[in-house]
Design a protein around this ligand. Structure first.
Ligand code: ZN
Ligand code: ZN
Length: 210
């Protein structure tokens, strides 16, 4: 089975997700958004066997804890879409632009692409390439458990902002319609910010998708 913890962290309350395959203890962190040292301690205390660090995209508020997490787990690879690699290399600069400080994380070791399957113990996460909010944005879909980690693509009642570099509003809408709204209504959407929602709820009530 699966265990998912949602930790809203940092100045933008960016959701970091700890996803564990309960059969094997293998664990992924999706978006180590802030407080990397506390996050590393939570993983160790919780008996997790961290095997993957997955990034939906490289906006600074999603990677603010990455440097310290890597310091604690230097051998665990970081996965990113190659189109987001440049933004990751500028994370500390981005943060400064918003008046915040973060430790510049190292480059990622592994590339993600549309259609990749990430094996996390017995869990299989499908990679969706979902640009529009940011370059190289990806989402992670677990069809067996009706869950998608949507990063900053789709939120409860909203969608990702597209006014930052690499943003493209019409592309984002198209991606949501083609790749997310085609999922079953009961799919749980676990976003980069705010509370969980479902595809069905957003299809019916999200003002940006009417
Ligand atoms: Zn973002
Ligand atoms: Zn965000």
């Amino acid at each position: 089975m699966i265990q998912i913890k949602r930790l809203p962290l940092g100045p933008m309350q960016t959701n970091c997700y700890i996803v564990m395959c309960e059969n094997t203890g293998q664990t992924a962190v999706i978006d180590p958004s802030w407080d990397g040292r506390a996050l590393a301690a939570a993983l160790t205390d919780g008996g997790h066997n961290l095997t993957h660090i997955l990034l939906t995209h490289a906006h600074f508020d999603h990677v603010g804890g990455l440097a310290e997490l890597k310091e604690a787990f230097p051998e665990i690879p970081v996965y990113i879409h190659p189109d987001a690699a440049e933004q990751l290399s500028q994370a500390a600069m981005q943060a400064m632009f918003f008046g915040m400080k973060l430790i510049q994380p190292p480059a990622a070791e592994k590339n993600l692409a549309e259609g990749d399957i990430i094996e996390l113990g017995d869990l299989r996460l499908q990679v969706f390439y979902t640009p529009g909010h940011a370059e190289g944005h990806v989402s992670f879909y677990l069809p067996e458990f009706n869950v998608i980690f949507s990063g900053d693509v789709l939120f409860q009642g909203s969608i990702g902002r597209t006014d930052l570099p690499g943003g493209d509003h019409s592309l984002l809408i198209q991606i949501i319609e083609d790749k997310l709204l085609t999922l079953p209504d009961q799919t749980h959407v676990l976003s980069g910010h705010g509370s969980p929602t479902t595809i069905g709820q957003e299809r019916q009530t999200n003002p940006f998708l009417q």
